[in-house]
Design a binder for this molecule. Structure first.
Ligand code: CA
Length: 239
């Protein structure tokens, strides 16, 4: 299995640290939480993380002092740092970035914003390490590892069906015409009959097995990926 990106969270407020860790874990990251500068340094000496979330106000050495020291150290200078702080002053922001932080986020922040910023720094530093998975029920598509699993078991799927499913899963509960799918999956330079889409949808359904109920045919319009269809089928079965 692909290694999850390690995020070192240096935050002395346990409730904030825990909230961040839970959200990171749910979104495909491996968080390591430490509460002070000394523990952060020990962790860095042991294993380099893929990104560091660094609180500004820490007991002992401040986040800014730590960032500056890590930037000067050959071993740690390339690890992206995102500063977390309650200080929203422009001069503070400049000081944080001058100390070597890659980005800066002001408390209180939304989980979505935090995740977006982590992904952005990882994409700049190490594009291959950013998780790109979509999930619908027990169906999980990992676009980076090019892997599709249903209830944890890997499904065999052809490359075109994989791209088709990836597009459908990213745009669920919407009807896509055959023309749209041809444009988005095959590109618009290639002349292919619309019937080709039907052939690949058929193969996709075969590959999906029980998860195929999520691929709905909308008569006269096209196809729709509907996780709701899976949920309602499960309800019907348990009724
Ligand atoms: Ca703090």
């Amino acid at each position: 299995m692909r290694k999850l990106p390690r995020v070192l969270v240096v935050e002395d407020e346990p409730s904030i640290a825990e909230l961040i860790a839970v959200n990171l874990r749910h979104n495909g990251f491996a968080p390591i939480v430490v509460f002070d500068a000394e523990a952060a340094q020990r962790e860095l000496d042991a294993v380099l993380p893929d990104v560091i979330l660094l609180d500004w106000m820490l007991p002992g050495r401040s986040g800014v002092q730590l960032a500056r020291a890590w930037r000067l150290d050959d071993r740690t200078k390339a690890v992206p740092i995102i500063m977390l702080t309650a200080r929203a002053e422009e001069s503070d922001k400049v000081q944080g970035l001058d100390a070597g932080a890659d980005d800066y986020i002001t408390k209180p922040f939304s989980t979505q914003e935090l995740l977006a910023r982590i992904r952005a720094v990882l994409r700049r530093r190490a594009p291959e390490s950013v998780p790109d998975t979509v999930q619908a029920g027990a169906l999980v598509l990992d676009a980076v590892a090019h892997r599709l699993t249903w209830e944890g078991r890997e499904l065999k799927i052809g490359p075109t069906e994989f791209r088709l499913l990836h597009f459908l899963m990213k745009h669920p509960e919407r009807v896509h015409s055959r023309t749209t799918l041809l444009d988005r999956i095959w590109g618009d330079h290639v002349f292919i009959e619309e019937r080709t889409v039907d052939v690949h949808i058929k193969r996709l359904r075969e590959a999906l097995g029980p998860a195929a109920v999520m691929i709905e045919t909308v008569r006269g319009a096209g196809y729709r990926f509907s996780p709701r269809a899976l949920a309602s089928e499960a309800d019907a079965r348990s009724a």
